[in-house]
Ligand binder design. Structure first.
Ligand code: CO8
Length: 258
């Protein structure tokens, strides 16, 4: 069904693999559209509670937007490429209602790092290299990189990475807060699966609300504290809240995924 991505679903977890290894999993238009379509379907799939996003083979997560595709674009085409991509994939991932973990298994450059930064959590393999090399191509990050990198690592470090167009190691990325953890490549998927399994024990509705509240704090013009109050209040009307509190009082584990 899909040409450029692969899906594997088991035990409530979907591993979504960007699958263009010959092009180091670069994001062309079709890959962005396929990923959007798959995520949309997975959002409605009650069997799936967490998505792990990764790249095919062991060299790259995603080496960026497909340079071959936009090399001769005009100003208008460049603008719509960025806008459409942000809508279909980058903003979509950030505001996804189920947790998305990026398993960064190699180069995450340009649009690739921008994609990883939209995910709610990032785990990198120790061989991963990350950077925003756009200015070396005469453009700037166009999939939210100027905003999200500064949010994650601070403005000074983001400016350094963007202006120098350099790559940082997984260890540097960890020290800077860009990734949550670094593990050997052979353990990457298992580590993210373990994290996903822990998440799956908790209330999907509450996690959805938490995603909304955390994102609200990073959205200009929106009061994150107010969104937190509203989302907190909504939880009291859910069966999952009843199950969670009842289970605690009955000294048993809550079962949110009946
Ligand atoms: N786009 C298209 N093809 C790519 C890309 C890419 N981003 N990255 C790698 N490839 C292709 C190569 O062209 C090559 O294909 P071919 O065999 O057909 O020539 C194949 O993948 C293997 O790559 P290399 O031979 O270059 O592998 P190396 O091990 O020598 O080097 C690197 C690996 C260092 C990762 C190198 O491939 C590289 O520098 N890639 C480009 C990285 C980059 O600049 N990424 C940023 C792209 S710009 C971007 O993402 C903008 C985002 C915002 C856009 C918003 C809309 C406009």
């Amino acid at each position: 069904m899909f040409e450029n991505i692969a899906l594997e679903i088991s035990n409530g977890i979907c591993i979504l693999t960007i699958n263009r290894p010959k092009q180091l999993n670069a994001l062309n238009k079709q890959t962005i559209e396929e990923t959007h379509k798959a995520l949309k379907d997975l959002e409605a799939d009650h069997q799936v509670g967490v998505v792990i996003l990764t790249g095919a083979e062991d060299k790259a997560f995603v080496a960026g937007a497909d340079i071959k595709e936009f090399a001769d674009f005009s100003i208008a085409q460049g603008g719509s490429l960025a806008q459409e991509g942000q809508k279909l994939l980058f903003d979509y991932v950030e505001h996804y209602t189920k947790p998305i973990i990026a398993a960064v298994n190699g180069f995450a450059l340009g649009g690739g790092l921008e994609l990883a930064m939209c995910a709610h959590i990032r785990v990198a393999s120790s061989n991963a290299k990350m950077g925003l090399p756009e200015v070396s191509l005469g453009v700037i990050p166009g999939y939210g990189g100027t905003q999200r990198l500064a949010q994650l690592v601070g403005k000074g470090k983001a400016n350094e990475m963007i202006f120098t167009a350099g790559m940082i190691s997984a260890e540097d990325a960890f020290q800077s807060g860009l990734v949550n953890a670094v593990v050997p490549q052979s353990e990457l998927i298992d580590t993210t699966k373990k994290m996903a399994s822990k998440i799956l024990r908790n209330s999907p509705m509450a996690i959805r609300s938490a995603i909304k509240a955390v994102n609200a704090g990073f959205t200009s013009g929106i009061n994150g504290y107010q969104v937190e109050i509203e989302e907190f209040a909504k939880c009291f009307g859910t069966d999952e809240f009843k199950e969670g509190t009842t289970a605690f009082l009955e000294k048993r584990k809550a079962n949110f995924r009946k």
